[in-house]
Write a protein that binds this ligand. Structure first.
Ligand SMILES: [Zn+2]
Length: 65
């Protein structure tokens, strides 16, 4: 994962979201919806280093593990 400056701006959040969706489709061959990303609406998403992690999907939040 690319290291990132924290906190993110809205524009950066959107860019990470899009690249995660693209990467996921590339790696798994299935599309991910923005709503499948656990933290896409999280209030901590701009500061959380895990918000746009590949594994942070389908209800799992790495920050809560
Ligand atoms: Zn989270």
């Amino acid at each position: 994962m690319i290291s990132r400056e924290i906190p993110l701006t809205d524009t950066q959040c959107e860019a990470y979201l899009q690249s995660l969706l693209t990467d996921y489709e590339h790696d798994y061959g299935s599309k991910l919806k923005p709503s499948d990303i656990t933290c896409s609406d999280c209030s901590e998403r701009k500061a959380c280093p895990f918000a746009y992690d590949m594994y942070n999907t389908h209800g799992d939040c790495l920050a809560s593990k």
